[in-house]
Design a protein around this ligand. Structure first.
Ligand SMILES: Cc1ncc(COP(=O)(O)O)c(C=O)c1O
Length: 392
């Protein structure tokens, strides 16, 4: 299909639920993307947080090739060796407990919400969430999300969610009632503008949850799988959650979602209480195992820490040069550049110059390069951004 035919097909046949840039990508390898005109781009926002190993990582490709010729899908009323291995591996990286497999971040959060309600035993069902959070697009997840723009038009929402100020333990305590069963949060709010949870705040949350027998649910859909230079972001904090939810980068580009629940609550959802037809197929589990193994073998957590620091320093350098930059913040390789004005023209300028980044929350540019990013690629990306900032 030619470019104009593709645009026309989208106009005619695909629902207009996304704001799309007029770029058509056909190939990706590592940190490079190639468009229909064979123009190359440096991808510093690969797959919206999905491609933590870069595009088409050879280890993921070979795992998928191997599995695709054996068995792609298996219904969940049978046993799969790939699921068994992946569950064991995830528990090794996280905490003692059990997993539930599904296909997306929203679905993993839905599972966490359902588990919490059952844990509440019909007496407690409320979950406290935070302003500027993002938990996905299903009805329960937009109800949990602390950003009204995602809820507009969808009333009535699912009841039982209260969004309060982030990093303020006093307001959380005020929001707790005898119906509260849990607290759900991202430790680095991604869509909400790369806002980092304070260490003391998270410690206090854990304490509060212990005192009130509430569940601490950490949404690691974006922060998980090495993004913040630990396998999971909660490992920067001296706490163990009751539940973490995972998706995005775990499948190496294939769709997967996982809820990991601690031993204490792992058997809350019994047979028939929750399910997902595609959840944890042999194919996606094989890909996910390759992702976890590669992170370990290639020491990508260490690289993410080192390169995250390097990128942060480079961005601080830009901050001292460009007044429009108000703040650089982030954890590992999840970085935000807060601007004093709308960032979309910078994001579009970078795209034109061959650098893919993201702009969220109107004024925050977001960079989340692959975990194996090197200094050369960072230098190149920062040079392009510098040029674009100078031109506005
Ligand atoms: C923190 C967080 N939770 C949940 C989701 C929803 O994930 P999905 O789009 O896979 O449903 C996202 C997606 O961006 C996210 O960033």
């Amino acid at each position: 299909m030619k470019k104009q035919e593709i645009f026309k097909a989208y106009e005619d046949y695909i629902m207009p639920t996304y704001t799309r840039m007029p770029y058509i990508f056909t190939k990706g390898k590592g940190m490079k993307m190639v468009d229909l005109d064979a123009k190359k781009y440096l991808d510093f926002f690969p797959g919206w947080g999905v491609s933590n190993l870069g595009h088409c990582h050879p280890k993921v490709m070979s795992a998928v090739r191997d599995q695709v010729s054996k068995l792609i899908h298996l219904p969940n009323n049978f046993y799969s060796p790939q699921q068994a291995r992946l569950a064991k591996e995830l528990i090794y990286w996280a905490f003692e407990g059990k997993v539930f497999f599904c296909n997306s971040g929203a679905e993993a959060n839905e599972a966490a919400i359902k588990l919490s309600r059952v844990f509440g035993n019909g007496e407690r069902h409320e979950i406290i969430t935070f302003k500027n959070s993002f938990h996905g697009r299903t009805l329960a997840c937009i109800s949990a999300t602390g950003q009204p723009k995602y809820q507009e038009g969808f009333a009535p929402l699912v009841s039982g969610f209260k969004s309060v100020d982030f990093n303020d333990i006093a307001v959380v305590k005020q929001a707790v009632t005898d119906k509260t069963v849990g607290v759900m949060l991202e430790l680095v709010q991604g869509e909400g503008g790369v806002n980092i949870a304070d260490k003391d705040f998270v410690l206090e949350l854990r304490k509060l949850c212990d005192e009130k027998n509430m569940l601490l649910i950490i949404d690691e859909v974006q922060t998980g799988i090495g993004r913040t230079a630990k396998m999971f972001a909660y490992q920067h904090y001296a706490v163990e959650p009751d539940i973490i939810t995972l998706a995005k980068a775990l499948g190496g580009g294939l769709p997967i979602g996982v809820m990991v629940a601690s031993k204490k609550i792992a058997d809350t959802l019994g047979p028939g209480m929750h399910a997902s037809t595609f959840g944890g197929s042999p194919l996606v589990c094989k890909a996910a195992l390759a992702v976890l193994k590669t992170i370990q073998k290639e020491k990508l957590l260490k690289n993410a820490a080192d390169m995250g620091q390097y990128l942060k320093e480079k961005l601080e350098g830009l901050k001292s040069k460009h007044k429009i930059i108000k703040q650089i913040r982030g954890l590992g390789l999840m970085l935000g550049i807060e601007l004093s004005q709308d960032g979309s023209i910078i994001f579009e300028g970078c795209l034109k110059k061959g650098l893919i980044i993201n702009c969220t929350h109107r004024t925050v540019l977001r960079m989340m390069p692959a975990l194996d990013v090197g200094k050369n690629q960072i230098d190149k990306a920062v040079k392009i951004l510098d040029g674009v900032l100078s031109s506005v």
